[in-house]
Write a protein that binds this ligand. Structure first.
Ligand SMILES: Clc1ccc(Cc2nnn[n-]2)cc1
Ligand SMILES: [Zn+2]
Length: 263
């Protein structure tokens, strides 16, 4: 399962992102993983996750050459999550997506070995304990990432405002102002989630993430997924490489249990 990349990808040039070690030497809690529903353990002590985002903390959209990030002003506690498996409150820093060239794959996590066409990650950091995001990235309880699966279905109104801005960040290292957006419109209202101790899935791959993976996917339509696939890994003037398949291969579960907030 470690290298669950669809084999059609094997003969493609390895994108620089994946030239980093597919597994970290000595890594015991790497991400992403397959979530085997029947092996997850219901934990009655898990609290509901509380999400409080202030839409005016939204700053801009940035194509960083791996994905497109929507970044937030994290200088105060205006956009935070608390509860769930978390011992502190965590501040929203950015959200981004991972997706495939076609609808058969694209998510980072899988559920019972099923890929979704895309996966949203909302990245938060523990500003109660750590003075900066950069320090939190290096600590076991430094980050909390909410994962939301995207599945092909109805048009998603909230996502469309984001999709409309993507042509402005087609090339790597371009940025566009994006000043009011409430990312909670991208999170299913169903409270059910899985949680496990993992890592970032791109460099620095640090084992600092408490993952909170929502059980229910959100629905987006084909045009909205295609808009993601129009982005480029490459800068303006370089030979164009479409930004697709920006997900890391599955990593071994090793000595970890995935807990569920639901029975
Ligand atoms: Cl700071 C940072 C670094 C890498 C990523 C990519 C990623 N890691 N886990 N999910 N996505 C997100 C934020
Ligand atoms: Zn991610």
């Amino acid at each position: 399962l470690r290298d669950a990349q669809p084999d059609s990808l094997h003969h493609l040039p390895v994108h620089p992102l994946w030239q980093s070690p597919l597994t970290i030497p000595g890594g015991t809690r790497q991400s992403p993983i397959n979530i085997q529903w029947r092996d997850s353990v219901y934990d009655p002590f898990l609290k509901p996750l509380k999400i409080n985002y202030d839409p005016t903390t939204c700053l801009h959209i940035w194509n960083n050459g791996y994905s497109f990030l929507v970044e937030f002003d994290d200088s105060t506690d205006r956009s935070i999550i608390v509860g769930g498996p978390l011992e502190n409150q965590y501040r929203l820093k950015q959200f981004h997506f991972h997706w495939g060239a076609i609808n058969e794959w694209g998510s980072e996590h899988t559920v019972d070995s099923k890929f979704y066409p895309a996966e949203l990650h909302l990245v938060h950091w523990n500003a109660v304990v750590y003075p900066t995001f950069e320090e939190a990235v290096m600590e076991g309880n430094g980050l909390a990432v909410i994962g939301v699966f995207l599945k092909l279905g109805a048009h998603h109104e909230g996502l469309q405002t984001l999709v409309d801005a993507l042509p402005a960040v087609k090339h790597k290292d371009t940025v566009v102002e994006f000043d009011v957006f409430d990312p909670s419109c991208l999170i299913p209202s169903c409270p059910d989630y899985w949680t496990y101790a993992g890592s970032l899935t791109t460099p620095p791959l640090t084992e600092s993430v408490t993952w909170i993976i929502k059980k229910k996917p959100i629905e987006v339509d084909e045009n909205q997924l295609e808009a993601f696939r129009m982005l480029l890994f490459t800068s303006d003037g370089e030979e164009e490489k479409r930004m697709v398949d920006n997900f890391r291969p599955l990593q071994p579960l090793m000595n970890r249990t995935v807990r569920s907030s639901f029975q």
